[in-house]
Design a protein around this ligand. Sequence first.
Ligand SMILES: [Zn+2]
Length: 130
Amino acid sequence: MSKYTPKFDLLGCHEIHGEFVSAKDAQAAIQALEQRIAKLEQELDESNKRLLDLRDKLYVRFLDYRGLAVDEACKCCSGSGVRVYANTSAWRGGIGGQAMTTDVCDKCWGSGNKNKPWLNLRRFSNQLGR
Ligand SMILES: [Zn+2]
Protein backbone atom coordinates (compact mmCIF):
# COMPACT_ATOMS: atom_id res chain seq x y z
CA MET A 1 0.00 0.00 0.00
CA SER A 2 1.58 3.26 -1.06
CA LYS A 3 1.34 6.38 1.00
CA TYR A 4 -0.56 9.16 -0.70
CA THR A 5 1.47 12.34 -1.02
CA PRO A 6 -0.57 15.34 -2.05
CA LYS A 7 0.88 17.55 -4.78
CA PHE A 8 0.93 20.80 -2.84
CA ASP A 9 3.00 22.49 -5.53
CA LEU A 10 -0.03 22.16 -7.80
CA LEU A 11 -1.99 24.13 -5.20
CA GLY A 12 0.70 26.83 -5.06
CA CYS A 13 2.17 25.50 -1.76
CA HIS A 14 5.63 24.22 -0.91
CA GLU A 15 6.82 22.12 1.99
CA ILE A 16 9.71 23.80 3.80
CA HIS A 17 11.14 22.01 6.81
CA GLY A 18 7.88 20.27 7.58
CA GLU A 19 5.78 23.40 7.12
CA PHE A 20 3.55 24.11 4.15
CA VAL A 21 3.73 27.65 2.89
CA SER A 22 2.18 29.30 -0.09
CA ALA A 23 4.37 29.92 -3.11
CA LYS A 24 4.42 33.66 -2.50
CA ASP A 25 5.60 33.12 1.12
CA ALA A 26 8.19 30.51 0.14
CA GLN A 27 10.98 33.00 -0.49
CA ALA A 28 10.39 34.71 2.88
CA ALA A 29 10.34 31.32 4.60
CA ILE A 30 13.63 30.32 2.93
CA GLN A 31 15.21 33.60 4.03
CA ALA A 32 13.98 33.04 7.59
CA LEU A 33 15.45 29.53 7.57
CA GLU A 34 18.77 30.80 6.20
CA GLN A 35 18.89 33.45 8.94
CA ARG A 36 18.12 30.79 11.54
CA ILE A 37 20.90 28.57 10.17
CA ALA A 38 23.36 31.49 10.25
CA LYS A 39 22.40 32.26 13.87
CA LEU A 40 22.81 28.60 14.88
CA GLU A 41 26.23 28.46 13.15
CA GLN A 42 27.27 31.59 15.07
CA GLU A 43 26.11 30.04 18.36
CA LEU A 44 28.03 26.86 17.52
CA ASP A 45 31.21 28.87 16.83
CA GLU A 46 30.80 30.73 20.13
CA SER A 47 30.21 27.46 22.01
CA ASN A 48 33.31 25.90 20.43
CA LYS A 49 35.42 28.93 21.41
CA ARG A 50 34.08 28.76 24.97
CA LEU A 51 34.82 25.03 25.11
CA LEU A 52 38.42 25.60 23.95
CA ASP A 53 38.83 28.40 26.49
CA LEU A 54 37.52 26.15 29.29
CA ARG A 55 39.83 23.33 28.15
CA ASP A 56 42.83 25.66 28.29
CA LYS A 57 41.84 26.94 31.76
CA LEU A 58 41.37 23.38 33.00
CA TYR A 59 44.81 22.41 31.65
CA VAL A 60 46.44 25.36 33.47
CA ARG A 61 44.66 24.32 36.70
CA PHE A 62 45.81 20.73 36.20
CA LEU A 63 49.42 21.89 35.78
CA ASP A 64 49.07 24.14 38.83
CA TYR A 65 47.82 21.12 40.80
CA ARG A 66 51.07 19.35 39.83
CA GLY A 67 53.09 22.45 40.76
CA LEU A 68 53.98 23.24 37.16
CA ALA A 69 53.86 26.36 35.02
CA VAL A 70 52.75 25.95 31.41
CA ASP A 71 56.29 26.49 30.08
CA GLU A 72 57.65 23.80 32.45
CA ALA A 73 55.33 21.03 31.26
CA CYS A 74 57.02 18.06 29.61
CA LYS A 75 56.21 18.13 25.90
CA CYS A 76 56.03 14.35 25.71
CA CYS A 77 53.34 13.80 28.39
CA SER A 78 51.93 17.36 28.59
CA GLY A 79 52.86 17.43 32.28
CA SER A 80 50.88 14.35 33.34
CA GLY A 81 53.98 12.21 33.99
CA VAL A 82 52.48 9.27 32.12
CA ARG A 83 52.20 8.38 28.48
CA VAL A 84 50.88 5.62 26.28
CA TYR A 85 53.39 3.29 24.66
CA ALA A 86 52.72 1.29 21.52
CA ASN A 87 53.45 -2.06 23.20
CA THR A 88 53.65 -3.68 26.62
CA SER A 89 57.41 -3.16 27.01
CA ALA A 90 56.72 0.58 27.52
CA TRP A 91 59.85 2.57 28.57
CA ARG A 92 61.89 -0.64 28.99
CA GLY A 93 62.05 -1.16 25.21
CA GLY A 94 62.71 -4.57 23.70
CA ILE A 95 60.12 -7.19 22.94
CA GLY A 96 56.62 -6.39 24.06
CA GLY A 97 53.11 -7.59 23.51
CA GLN A 98 50.66 -5.98 21.16
CA ALA A 99 48.75 -3.72 23.50
CA MET A 100 48.80 -0.01 24.10
CA THR A 101 50.31 0.42 27.57
CA THR A 102 50.20 3.38 29.94
CA ASP A 103 53.38 3.81 31.96
CA VAL A 104 55.65 6.49 33.35
CA CYS A 105 56.88 9.06 30.82
CA ASP A 106 60.44 8.28 29.69
CA LYS A 107 61.32 11.96 29.19
CA CYS A 108 60.44 13.47 32.58
CA TRP A 109 60.19 10.13 34.42
CA GLY A 110 56.90 11.07 36.01
CA SER A 111 57.67 14.58 37.25
CA GLY A 112 55.79 16.21 34.36
CA ASN A 113 58.49 18.90 34.49
CA LYS A 114 60.78 19.05 31.46
CA ASN A 115 63.46 20.80 33.53
CA LYS A 116 63.41 18.53 36.58
CA PRO A 117 63.02 14.87 35.60
CA TRP A 118 62.73 12.28 38.32
CA LEU A 119 64.92 9.17 38.53
CA ASN A 120 65.72 7.78 35.06
CA LEU A 121 64.35 4.27 35.47
CA ARG A 122 66.03 3.00 32.29
CA ARG A 123 69.47 4.05 33.50
CA PHE A 124 68.75 2.82 37.04
CA SER A 125 67.56 -0.53 35.69
CA ASN A 126 70.73 -0.84 33.57
CA GLN A 127 72.88 -0.07 36.62
CA LEU A 128 71.16 -2.86 38.50
CA GLY A 129 71.80 -5.17 35.53
CA ARG A 130 68.13 -5.92 34.90
ZN1 LIG B 1 56.86 13.65 30.57
